[in-house]
Structures are given as C-alpha cells and as structure tokens.
Design a protein around this ligand. Structure first.
Ligand SMILES: Cc1cc2nc3c(=O)[nH]c(=O)nc-3n(C[C@H](O)[C@H](O)[C@H](O)COP(=O)(O)OP(=O)(O)OC[C@H]3O[C@@H](n4cnc5c(N)ncnc54)[C@H](O)[C@@H]3O)c2cc1C
Length: 399
C-alpha cells in the first residue's frame, strides 16, 4: 500500500487550500446571510445555499461531475483530499448534498440531454433544494419492497402511496423518487423489477409533506403522501422498470462515501479537547476521561488505516469488502462514542442547548448526542452491514 500522494494530487490540495484561505474566512465574517429567519433550519439552509454558490463560483461544488457540467472529474484520491481539507477548514455543509453526490450523478449517467440541461445547473448552483424519496413504511433496509404506485395515463404517471423519513422534503422543490410501475412484480417474486425513478416537482398537486419531529426536537424529515399526483413522463430517469439499476448506482456512491466520513472525526476530537481546556479543564486530568480520549484517538487512527486499505483495493479494482462495511460500522460507532465523550468532557455546560447564555459552540454537544443515533441507521443499518460482512466477506455458514 502506497500512502504517498502523486504530484497532481498535491497540486489539487494546494489549489483547494488556497481557494479556502481566500474565501472561507470572508464567507464566515459575513454573519447573517439573506433575509432574517426566525427558524433555525431555514437560517442554516440559507447559509448552506450561499456557501454552495460560492463553492460553485470557484468550481468546487461538485468535484466528481464532468467539467462540462461545472465539475472537476476528481479521482478517488482527490475525493479523499477534498474531505480532509473541508474537515480541517471546518467548512460549512452544502445546500444540495443529495443533489451533488447522488441525484446529479444519476442524471449525468441516465438523463437525456434535455434533462441534464434543465436540472444539472439547478442542482450545482443551489437554485432549488432537492430531496431523495426512497424509503417507505415497509421498505427501508428491504428497499425493493416499495409499493408507491405510478400508473401511466397518457403523458403522465399518476402517483399514489406513502414515503417516509424523507429528509428536507418540506423544503425541496425537486425530489428523486422510486416508485412501482409494475405492481405484479412483488407477487411474482421479482420485487427488484418494475421500479421506476421519477423526478418529482414537490409543488405539484396531490403531494403532501408531513414533517416528523426527530429525537433532537427538530423537524428535518417527512412523510410524503401522494394522492393521484401527476408526474410528466418526461421526468422519468432511465427506462420504465429500470429504477433499481438507476438507484443502485447512487447508493453505491453513498456507501463508498461513508468510508470517507471518518475523516472529520480526528478534528472533532481535537476540537472537543480544545473546548474542554477552555470550559472544563479538570476533566482532562480525570483518568477515566483520559483513557476514553486515548481509546477514541486509537480507534480513529485504526479507521483511517481501514479506509486507506479500502481505498487501495478500490484503486486496484479489487472487491472492497469487508473494508467498506467495516468502515461504515466504525464511523457510526465512533460518531456515537465521540458524542457521548463530548458531553462528559465538557461537564455541566455540555448539556446546555442552543440559546442558553453559557452554551458552548451553540449547544453543539447537547444536540449532537441524540442526533448521532442516526449513524447506525442511515447509509445501511448496522445489522444489515453485519449481515454483508458475515455473508460476503467471512462467508459464515447459513442455518
Ligand atoms: C436521519 C435520517 C434521514 C433519512 N433520510 C432519508 C431520505 O432522505 N430518503 C430516504 O429515502 N430515506 C431516508 N432515511 C431512511 C433510511 O434510509 C431508513 O431508515 C433505513 O433504510 C432503514 O430502514 P427502516 O427505517 O425502514 O428500518 P428497517 O429496515 O425496518 O430496520 C429496522 C431494524 O431492523 C434491522 N434489520 C432490518 N433488516 C434486517 C435483516 N435482514 N437482518 C437483521 N436485521 C435487520 C435494522 O438493522 C434495524 O435495526 C433516513 C433515515 C434517517 C435516520
């Protein structure tokens, strides 16, 4: 395994760093962006929109996309460097993460020229927000069990059914949805067939978003109910019935992406220690806390090496398990471990929520602790990842 970076990768890093140096402090100094918002989520989204636009101006919003569409055709190594630099600089999140990392690549791969011209500039420039509508009450880990129907009626599909857990659907103008165009496929034991990918205008009639309050008290995800909702046939991505293949490309993207998620964990641990020095220095002399910090640091390093191994296999075109599912498990375990450690290391001020006079870093620790529970569900639930490892990697016998 060669850990060194090629000269063109170092150039890529230097270019990104100098762009961040020239743009990020200036962006952060702006304070409130756009019209005043009392709602925290809307304020965050407004900020993310402005940041993504700034990134796009510099050609840094969608590094994986073809140059023709504003991307850089970045290599896997450059993706790692991008994640490292963004984490080190503590850059804000982007407005259209789903759009840039999953839906955009689907439109590039499967969309017609007309669809590409219509929607790719919209996604990359953060003109509108995009959501991804896959899960249903009986179709989460077993996604192919989805039952929202789309029946063709002339030049439209008519949608009926229920999606659930759809992040930011209530804020989105567009969504990429998986629907069932062949309702017989499940009963004939071919549930992966007869699924179609549609781009849905969330403002069209017959669509209702019902926000669901999560463990942190925020309403970020939704039930989406379709009642005779019309979607033009021209909004179909790929062929009718080919939605599973269209979607798997993007989920694969998400899964490889999770292998890189742990990149930010080291700087998170360092920031936690820095905050403890300032707000609760006594904790850093507690032998139990010291051991937990050392353990977390060691695990982060181990995960980094695991990611390097996954990466090396991907670059050599080898099968990337068990490293990718293992790295996903490590990421969720460590994210939750760090969230818990953060509360203990900060002591009483750690539980103060946003808005409290002495809250540290906008109440991040108190919010982050319940929020991180999602990491053992999102991007492949823990038990399902363990099944993949048992089945494909160590090939445990089945009963
Ligand atoms: C914060 C958050 C944001 C989300 N955003 C979106 C979004 O934008 N769009 C979208 O489409 N979805 C979204 N989801 C939904 C997410 O994709 C699903 O929650 C996930 O796929 C799991 O499905 P489920 O909730 O139906 O749980 P289930 O699949 O019903 O799983 C329930 C439990 O059973 C276990 N389990 C399931 N199958 C097996 C098995 N074969 N063997 C052993 N154990 C098993 C699971 O590990 C889990 O512990 C989001 C979820 C979260 C938490």
């Amino acid at each position: 395994m060669d850990f060194s970076y090629a000269p063109e990768d170092e150039e890529f890093r230097a270019e990104l760093r100098s762009w961040l140096d020239a743009n990020l402090p200036d962006f952060l100094d702006q304070g409130e962006i756009g019209p005043p918002q009392s709602d925290t989520t809307l304020r965050t989204m407004q900020r993310r929109q402005a940041w993504q636009r700034r990134l796009n101006e510099g050609g840094w919003a969608a590094i994986n996309w073809p140059r023709q569409w504003g991307g850089r055709e970045a290599t896997i190594m450059q993706n790692v460097i991008y994640s490292q630099e963004m984490a080190a600089a503590k850059a804000p999140g982007i407005y259209n993460a789903n759009g840039i990392w999953q839906i955009g690549p689907m439109i590039i791969r499967w969309g017609t020229e007309e669809q590409q011209e219509r929607w790719l500039p919209d996604i990359i420039n953060a003109d509108h927000h995009w959501c991804q509508g896959f899960s249903e009450p009986q179709a989460g880990s077993d996604l192919a069990n989805l039952r929202t129907t789309a029946v063709r009626d002339g030049e439209e599909y008519i949608l009926n059914g229920q999606k659930i857990w759809i992040s930011t659907a209530h804020l989105a103008k567009w969504g990429l949805f998986l629907v069932r165009t062949d309702p017989e496929a499940i009963s004939r034991g071919a549930k992966h067939e007869g699924i179609t990918a549609l781009i849905v205008d969330m403002e069209a009639p017959g669509i209702e978003c019902r926000p669901i309050r999560d463990l942190t008290g925020e309403c970020l995800f939704n039930e989406v109910i379709f009642t005779d909702a019309p979607v033009p046939v021209g909004h179909r991505l790929g062929d009718e019935g080919n939605g599973w293949v269209v979607a798997m490309g993007t989920l694969g993207h998400e899964r490889v992406g999770t292998a890189g998620l742990s990149i930010g964990l080291k700087s998170e641990l360092e920031q936690m220690i820095a905050a403890a020095r300032q707000h609760n220095p006594g904790a850093l002399h507690d032998p139990d806390i010291r051991e937990r910090i050392a353990r977390a640091w060691t695990q982060i390093e181990l995960t980094r090496l695991l990611n390097q191994r996954a990466l090396s296999k991907v670059l050599k075109g080898e099968k990337n398990w068990p490293e990718v599912p293992l790295a996903k498990l490590q990421w969720s375990h460590l994210s939750q471990t760090l969230a818990e450690l953060n509360l203990d290391i900060l002591g009483p001020v750690g539980v103060l929520a946003k808005g409290a006079p002495d809250a540290v870093d906008g109440g991040h620790a108190a919010h982050n602790y319940p929020w991180q529970r999602y990491t053992s569900i999102g991007a492949g639930a823990t038990e399902v990842q363990k099944n993949i490892i048992a089945d494909r990697a160590i090939q445990l016998p089945r009963r």
